[in-house]
Ligand binder design. Structure first.
Ligand SMILES: [Zn+2]
Length: 169
């Protein structure tokens, strides 16, 4: 099983490549992403987080067991609006780091599903925030870039430990 790529790995900072065609390799990548997302207890996971620089993310579904996962290939926002609101976020690629991130609360997203068909989804709840977090990953943006200076300060020790651990490898 693939494992989570941790900051400051360079793949997390790349702008991920669009997917040209949904084939068996993409299906297998998505299956691995879903497996890792559940194993790590995340509500969403972007492909760069398992080291693959492609524009794909997955989220848990709305059912109680989370088994109806959603797959977003080449996602694009058709709309993001509403008053910016701060809420605490964490990230599987930034273990033990949390901070409040300001985002707009309402989003309409368009993406291709694993069946190759384009779909749109709308959310004014947690998923709108989750989608923005995951699309940020596809653009090489992490929550530490969006945190307030105070939250960055609060997390600076933990961040330094992560960054120096990587250097030693
Ligand atoms: Zn994340």
């Amino acid at each position: 099983m693939r494992t989570i790529v941790i900051h400051p790995h360079s793949v997390l900072r790349q702008c991920a490549q669009p997917v040209a065609k949904i084939d068996a390799s993409i299906e297998s990548l998505v299956a691995q992403m879903i497996e890792v997302m559940h194993a790590e207890g995340g509500i969403g996971l972007a492909a760069p987080q398992i080291g693959v620089s492609k524009r794909i993310f997955v989220t848990v579904g709305q059912s109680e067991d989370g088994g109806d996962e959603k797959v977003f290939v080449n996602p694009k926002f058709l709309l993001i609006d509403g008053v910016l609101g701060a809420q605490e976020e964490g990230c599987l690629s930034l273990p033990e780091i949390r901070g409040s991130v300001r985002r707009q609360p309402h989003a309409v997203i368009e993406a291709t599903g694993l069946n190759g068909e384009l779909f749109t989804m709308e959310s004014a709840e947690l998923m709108a925030r989750c989608w923005q977090h995951e699309v940020d990953h596809l653009d090489g943006i992490l929550i530490i870039d969006r945190m307030s200076p105070i939250d960055r300060l609060v997390n600076r020790k933990r961040l330094r430990i992560l960054e120096s651990a990587q250097e030693r490898e």
